[in-house]
Write a protein that binds this ligand. Structure first.
Ligand code: NAP
Ligand code: G3P
Length: 484
């Protein structure tokens, strides 16, 4: 790989950094100031085949590598990532406009995740089943069930966590004995390639980890349907996830997709605490997180008080350049995104929503915006903005809150703010989501927790042990003893 801007970033194929010889390179420009972050290879079919062949060729030796040694690679890679955290974070700041503190934290959190994944991978074991626990069986029959790799895992990551959401796939896939092809989001690929460089520098054998770059709309269909891909671990939009699913019906997947996480605020909630959490949850990284708070469902009797507390906090948020200390709301990743979010907001205002604060735009920087009196007839009540616009829907009962929460096509997370644990638990039991947060904003971490979405938010479970299990399969060997 080269890190000079003028040259093209290559891909890791069979242990070598290879620059594509074919098409025009893709320019990655910063959402912060339009500067060039890097140029990427736009890979040809032949080059994609080479990456897949490298991953296939390395399978046998990597599967045979003792788990303890696999873990050693992960520990070394984690140390290198930590040592390079500042450098990778610099890149994240410019490439995806993530504020500096969050960028450093993303890299360090990923190093911790790799270490934890190595620990879990070492402690996973199969089982022995005795035949005599089933009618007609005998003690002379024993089934030894171990877990074996599925083969090659294609990891596809989104722009918003180029390091963490790649590591959360690569680590468990490798500890499960698989080889990996990483297809990073184009915006975010330079940071992702720097992470891969750290993993490779840890000494991974050639072909165990490979990368492919190119626009998803150009190379995506070809790589997801490649005959040498055995598992797809995808994080991104519901639209692209569904497209991939439709193309790859017989390939097992984990899909982590979009969300419309609700914060339900009951009449007895600590409103200051709820407001702190909601503002942090909705606006950090400009709302470009799958787990951002994307709608508030608040009981009418406390709605005015909550709105006032939210407004004060939102107006204190620092917006602008992610290189400046303390900035939370930064320019959105693309003009297309900024247009989308602005249109959603304008549509709601035209249909009668009340602008509490925000509503302005400078380039791709949208002011953190709060919309009150949003109704279920407005798109902003249902659509994932992936930007700093938060709608408030006032409800008359907790049943109505649950009903509107569940009417969403998405089912990632939900928050419930209340001081009544009985009510919280009852609501949690009714919500159709992967995770309910009681008195906290939605969030994925800590990264050892299972993370999943239901309905249009995903399929399968991410989370260290769950991920390793998903990317391995049971293999049974039955011993048949004869009685002496
Ligand atoms: P995206 O547009 O769906 O892209 C995700 C990845 O898919 C990128 O690497 C993209 O490559 C690739 N891709 C695009 N078209 C493809 C195709 N036909 N075949 C294969 N790959 C293809 O999503 P995004 O804008 O990067 O991320 C934002 C979305 O991700 C939001 O909806 C958010 O909620 C969701 N997300 C979910 C989670 C979760 O865990 N549930 C976490 C983070 C984000 P290119 O960049 O080259 O197009
Ligand atoms: O949107 C990415 C997802 O992984 C969220 O992580 O830590 O921001 O909740 P977090």
């Amino acid at each position: 790989m080269t890190n000079t801007e003028q040259k093209v970033y290559g891909n890791l194929i069979n242990g070598e950094w290879v620059v594509s010889q074919g098409s025009q390179p893709i320019e990655v420009r910063s959402p912060v100031d339009g500067s060039l972050v890097g140029r990427l290879s736009s890979m040809s079919q032949q080059e994609l085949d080479q990456a897949a062949a490298a991953a296939k060729g390395a399978r046998k030796a990597w599967a045979a590598c003792p788990v303890y040694q696999k873990a050693q690679y992960m520990y070394r890679a984690a140390d290198l990532l930590e040592q390079r955290a500042e450098e990778i974070a610099e890149c994240l700041v410019m490439e995806i406009a993530k504020d500096r503190k969050s960028a450093v934290s993303e890299v360090k959190r990923s190093a911790d995740l790799l270490r934890y994944t190595a620990d879990v991978g070492k402690s996973l074991h199969g089982e022995t089943i005795s035949g005599d626990s089933f009618p007609g069986g005998s003690r002379g029959k024993m089934s030894f069930v171990t877990r074996v790799p599925v083969g090659t895992v294609l990891a596809i990551s989104p722009f918003n966590y180029p390091v963490n959401l790649a590591i959360s796939k690569i680590g468990p896939a490798l500890m499960g004995g698989n080889t990996v092809i990483l297809k990073p989001a184009t915006q975010g690929a330079v940071s992702a390639l720097k992470m891969v460089e750290a993993m490779q520098d840890a000494g991974l054998p050639a072909g165990v980890l490979n990368t492919v770059t190119g626009l998803g709309s150009v190379i995506g269909d070809s790589i997801v349907t490649h005959k040498d891909v055995d598992f797809i671990n995808f994080t991104g939009s519901t639209e692209v996830g569904q497209h991939i699913s439709a193309l790859t019906a017989m390939t097992p997947v984990i899909m982590e997709l979009g969300g419309k996480d609700a914060a339900i605020v009951l009449e007895d909630a600590d409103l200051d605490f709820a407001a702190d959490n909601i503002v942090d949850g909705a606006y950090s990284y400009s709302g470009q997180r799958c787990t951002a708070v994307k709608r508030i469902l608040v009981l009418e009797q406390v709605a005015d008080a909550l709105v006032e507390k939210l407004k004060v906090r939102i107006e204190r948020l620092k917006t602008g350049d992610p290189r400046e200390a303390g900035v939370t709301v930064t320019p959105l990743v693309s003009t297309k995104s900024a247009d989308f979010v602005e249109n959603l907001m304008k549509d709601a205002l035209a249909k009668g929503a009340v602008l509490v604060t925000g509503g302005t735009r400078q380039g791709n920087l949208l002011a953190p915006t709060l919309l009150d009196h949003v109704t279920t007839g407005m798109d902003v009540a249902w659509v994932e903005p992936f930007g700093p616009v938060l709608p408030i829907i006032r409800v008359s009962s907790q049943q109505e809150a649950v009903e509107i929460a569940n009417r969403s096509e998405y089912g990632l997370q939900s928050s419930v703010f209340t001081n009544n644990l009985n009510k919280a638990y009852s609501i949690a039991a009714q919500l159709e989501v992967g995770t309910v947060q009681i008195n906290n904003k939605p969030e994925r971490g800590p990264d050892n927790f299972p993370f999943l979405g239901v309905k249009s938010s995903g399929m399968g479970t991410q989370g260290v042990r769950y991920s390793i299990e998903a990317m391995t399969r049971p293999k049974a060997v039955t011993i048949n003893l004869t009685e002496e």
